[in-house]
Design a protein around this ligand. Structure first.
Ligand SMILES: [Zn+2]
Length: 254
């Protein structure tokens, strides 16, 4: 049995039996981990109040070689993300950010880049950066770190620069030039403002983009592109994204 203490971001907390919870957490150097917090559902548990989604915490855990599930012995709050989750949009966004990290970070690999991305996104949200902008910035970066969505500089098929227009074919794998992308059913045309946002997002911190944010229409198109690239890669949609879309649609119909 080996013992570790590290800073982590809480990604998910699920009830397990009567008294325990399973916690998914993102560490800097051990990637994604899943552990049991024994007794954490009890009233006067030592974990009380510490296991909040997206909280930055110091976790101490023990693990046995060959076992996936760790045993969490303590969790100490460093920074709560509670304020982001005070409304429905915030609750959905938190689940969506966390699920992407849980999906793309591997276990026992360094999670440093994803940790920094998620941590700085939470920090920016706490500082008041708009949620849609933070969500788009984060999702482009998650795909970029996964190596499946490079900044759109040139067409990956013919090498032409992508300056004012690009096309996402129905297969949704990559942004290509108009010549290579065709115009068949399901192709998504992306204009200059979207390409500019993707280029800026790859070079500038979120807080800097927030000083001069793109229009909701541009952010909407970025969301569409990212969702399609992600679906093409995962071959399914993220659960949190499905729930978020469905609920917001139902609310708009009330
Ligand atoms: Zn091309």
């Amino acid at each position: 049995m080996e013992l570790y203490t590290e800073e982590a971001l809480v990604l998910d907390v699920r009830d397990l039996a009567d008294a325990d919870r399973i916690v998914t957490y993102l560490t800097r150097s051990h990637g994604k981990k899943e552990g049991v917090a024994q007794g954490s559902r009890r009233k006067h548990s030592r974990f009380a109040g510490q296991l909040q989604p997206l909280a930055r915490v110091s976790v101490t855990w023990a693990e046995k070689p060959g076992r996936e599930l760790t045993r969490i012995s303590s969790v100490e709050m460093i920074r709560s993300a509670h304020r982001i989750q005070e409304d429905l949009d915030g609750i959905f966004l938190a689940a969506y950010l966390a699920e992407q990290a849980a999906e793309f970070v591997q276990e026992n690999e360094s999670g440093e880049l994803y940790f920094r991305l998620l941590d700085s996104t939470i920090e920016a949200l706490l500082a008041g950066v708009q949620k849609p902008l933070a969500a788009r910035y984060y999702e482009t970066w998650v795909l970029r770190l996964a190596g499946i969505f490079p900044p759109p500089e040139e067409c990956p098929v013919c090498g032409r620069p992508l300056e004012s227009r690009a096309v996402l074919p129905a297969s949704g794998e990559a942004l290509v030039c108009g010549e290579c992308g065709g115009s068949g059913a399901g192709t998504l045309v992306v204009g200059e403002a979207v390409l500019a946002f993707l280029a800026h997002a790859s070079r500038r911190p979120l807080t800097e983009l927030a000083a001069d944010p793109p229009s909701p229409a541009v952010l909407g198109r970025v969301e569409e592109v990212c969702a399609r690239v992600r679906r093409a890669f995962l071959q399914r949609e993220l659960r949190s994204y499905v729930v978020m879309e469905r609920t917001l649609r139902q609310l708009s119909e009330l």
